[in-house]
Ligand binder design. Structure first.
Ligand SMILES: *Cc1c(COP(=O)(O)O)cnc(C)c1O
Length: 401
């Protein structure tokens, strides 16, 4: 990818987005990572261990499934990349497996992470248990209340969950606590960030670790369609890691339309939305310059989506650039349309998707794909974690509008 038009430059910029805007005291930690991550990722012993864990622990390669009844309904050819079948139920573990191996090679003994809905916290606690490393997950006090099963899962896996009690007591405050911890423990601690966000090199590191998704897609498409290239790749975007992984090996293939699907919540302009590509302006969040939902004074606006994984006020700098440069198309999907897509996939294919993933499925209506097209939808996660929400909104889980 060194020659890709969409790789970051040496300072971590994708066009005008990216970089590393960090407090001085964090500089040694980030610099250690920046100077070493590419060498470690390229090391044959790293690759051997990473590939083996992806296969035997995560369950890769995940299948590429031709969804025939869904295809018939939309009059196009639809394949689902089954990241929902990964261990722990979503793509997030691809990244945490890679970062735990990286942390070991950096000589770290202690892992910290922040989590909103708890999915990244669980994926981190999982690999820490696997490797026998101490794990501390920061989580907003309000999120801990809202996401109790994931708090229990993390504790069962041996992690310590520390409540963030300042500010709005949600993800942003948990992130601040994690950064504070990292500043105080620069030598023995690695901070596992869960999406293609944060200061350089995190967006590139996480994109490379998720790129296995599109690497497998190309091989599987060649077997099933006689071409490595689909016409469309569709993925939901919170921070953007599953989308980055699904897009990665197609970035420099201009015939492949890349479609990023954001959460419109109650409607893009309703005041209750997380459609950053429409509502965001350039600003700095979590150490990188990207599109960010903010008010006139530059204060971050609270995002809203029924889906906890898409409820984020920014997007990764790669995605900001893909939008800006016209390489990717952005679509925003409301809560209600996502719920309808949950019911549709459940009843047509016998697969209950995560609420985040349902946003990508709901975009099928707007793709304009025809019978000769090949559409790959990245099925980022399974719906088990959302069952309570699905029961609560049962009357909206219909297959018609
Ligand atoms: C966390 C999550 C997302 C959103 O995260 P990205 O970094 O944008 O991929 C999407 N789908 C599922 C199932 C998730 O758990």
């Amino acid at each position: 990818m060194a020659t890709s038009a969409f790789a970051p430059n040496a300072r971590g910029y994708y066009g005008q987005f990216g970089g590393a805007f960090i407090p001085e005291m964090l500089y040694p930690n980030v610099e250690e990572l920046r100077t070493q991550y590419l060498d470690i990722l390229a090391d044959p012993s790293f690759q051997q261990e990473y590939q083996q864990l992806l296969r035997d622990y995560v369950g890769r390669p995940t299948p590429l499934f031709e969804a025939k009844r869904l295809s018939a309904k939309y009059n196009t050819r639809i394949y689902l990349k089954r990241e929902d079948l990964c261990h722990t139920g979503a793509h997030k573990v691809n990244n945490t497996v890679g970062q735990i191996l990286l942390a070991q090679r950096l000589g770290k003994k202690r892992i910290i992470a922040e989590t909103g809905a708890g999915q990244h916290g669980v994926a981190t606690a999982t690999v820490c248990a696997l490797m026998g490393l101490e794990c501390i997950v920061y989580m907003g006090e309000i999120d801990m209340e809202r996401q109790k099963p994931n708090v229990y899962r993390m504790r069962l896996l041996g992690a310590e969950v520390r409540p963030a009690t300042s500010g709005s007591k949600t993800l942003k405050d948990a992130t601040n606590e994690a950064i504070r911890d990292w500043i105080s423990n620069p030598v023995d601690t690695h901070y596992i960030i869960g999406s293609v966000v944060g200061p350089h090199p995190y967006p590139d590191l996480v994109a490379r670790l998720q790129a296995v998704i599109s690497e497998e897609m190309r091989k599987q498409l060649l077997e099933k369609t006689d071409s490595e290239l689909p016409t469309h790749v569709v993925a939901c975007v919170g921070g953007g890691s599953n989308a980055a992984g699904a897009f990665y090996h197609f970035l420099d293939e201009p015939t492949v339309q890349l479609v990023a699907v954001e959460a419109a919540g109650h409607g893009v302009h309703s005041g209750h939305s997380a459609a950053t590509s429409v509502l965001g302006k350039p600003g700095i969040i979590h150490g990188s310059r990207t599109l960010l939902m903010q008010d006139e004074d530059g204060q971050i606006t609270e995002p809203y989506s029924l889906s906890a994984g898409l409820d984020y006020p920014g997007i990764g700098p790669l995605h900001a650039y893909l939008g800006d440069s016209g390489r990717a198309r952005f679509i925003a999907i409301t809560d209600d349309d996502a719920l309808r897509a949950v019911a549709e996939l459940s009843r047509l294919e016998g697969i209950i998707p995560a609420l985040e993933t349902a946003h990508a499925l709901a975009a099928l209506d707007q793709l304009g794909a025809g019978p000769d097209d090949v559409v790959v939808i990245n099925l980022s996660g399974r719906g088990d974690k959302d069952l309570e929400t699905y029961l609560k909104y049962a009357e909206k889980l219909t297959t018609s509008k």
